[in-house]
Ligand binder design. Structure first.
Ligand SMILES: [Zn+2]
Length: 106
C-alpha cells in the first residue's frame, strides 16, 4: 500500500467514525483553517499532535476503568502510542535539521 492509498484508507475510516460520532462539516472546516497555512511538515506535526493528545486523554481515562490483563483496548493504545511517539520524534528531528540547514534541504 503506498502513501496515498494508506492515507485514503485512514481518511475513509475517520470519515465513518466522524459521521457516527456526529462531527459536523463546520468542525472539519474549522480544522482545515488551522492547517491550511502550514507547510507539509507543519501539517504532519499538527495531525500527529492532535491525534496523540486525543489518544493520551482516551488512554488515561481507559486506564482508570481497566484492570484487565490482555485488554485489547490497552494493547491497541500501547501500539498506537508507540507509533505516534516515533512519528513525533522523527518530525521533531526533521524540524531541527531543517532549521539548521539554511537551504531547507534535509
Ligand atoms: Zn484496557
Amino acid at each position: 500500500m503506498d502513501t496515498v492509498q494508506s492515507l485514503d484508507h485512514t481518511i475513509c475510516q475517520a470519515d465513518e467514525a466522524a459521521h457516527l460520532l456526529g462531527v459536523s462539516p463546520t468542525q472539519v472546516a474549522e480544522s482545515l483553517r488551522d492547517v491550511r497555512h502550514l507547510d507539509q511538515a507543519g501539517r504532519a506535526a499538527y495531525a500527529a499532535d492532535t491525534a496523540l493528545e486525543a489518544l493520551i486523554d482516551l488512554a488515561m481515562t481507559h486506564r482508570q476503568d481497566c484492570g484487565r490483563r490482555g485488554c485489547p483496548t490497552c494493547t491497541a493504545i500501547r501500539r498506537t502510542l508507540a507509533a505516534n511517539l516515533a512519528s513525533l520524534r522523527t518530525l521533531r528531528l526533521d524540524a531541527i535539521e531543517r532549521s539548521a540547514d539554511p537551504t531547507g534541504v534535509v
